[in-house]
Design a protein around this ligand. Structure first.
Ligand code: HEC
Length: 151
């Protein structure tokens, strides 16, 4: 992804906030992010990049509130799959995910194509989704960790 494309959503977001006078943001705001990033500036930077990636690549299916679409797109908000299966989740984002998976007791049998993200971008979006919408993850996901995950 070219840097200018990466910057675009943040710029648009910035403009949206200013024009409306109050902060109106595509992604539902939550306290988890504030909590998680309070003591960890690296996590904050990674999550900010991850938020932009989420708006570009994930929001259409998993939605602004991370709740997904029943029977079609599984939730990321309070997802037991995402929060308990760290490797499998990274693998899903890196290489795509299809076939039956169970998320919060519901079976999904659909297809998520690989999104063509770089390892650092996958780490950033993982840090964002595992610390949003009530999710908390205090172990930073790094580019190196993502690079170790094989198909
Ligand atoms: C075209 C729709 C689509 C897009 C875009 C998409 N996903 Fe998914 N995602 C799915 C589907 C469908 C599944 C379940 C696939 C299955 O049934 O095997 C899934 C599964 C997942 C899972 C594992 C299950 C869970 O809910 O915890 C994670 C994590 C995930 N997606 C994250 C992402 C992230 C991060 C992005 C953006 C970088 C993204 N997805 C973009 C449709 C999508």
């Amino acid at each position: 992804m070219k840097p200018i494309i990466k910057l675009l959503p943040s710029v648009l977001l910035f403009m949206a906030c200013n024009s409306s006078g109050k902060s109106k943001i595509a992604i539902e705001k939550n306290d988890s992010k504030e909590k998680a990033t309070l003591q960890n500036p690296n996590l904050k930077l990674s999550m900010d990049r991850g938020e932009a990636i989420y708006s570009d690549f994930c929001i259409t299916c998993h939605l602004p509130n991370g709740k997904g679409v029943p029977n079609t797109f599984p939730p990321l908000a309070k997802s037991d799959f995402l929060m308990n299966k760290r490797k499998e989740s990274i693998r899903a984002i890196k290489f795509g995910q299809s076939g039956k998976i169970t998320v919060n007791g519901k079976v999904y049998n659909n297809v998520m194509a690989p999104l063509g993200l770089e390892d650092q971008e996958i780490a950033d979006v993982m840090n964002f989704i595992t610390n949003s919408w009530g999710n908390t993850n205090n172990k930073l996901i790094t580019e190196q960790e993502v690079s170790m995950i094989d198909e």
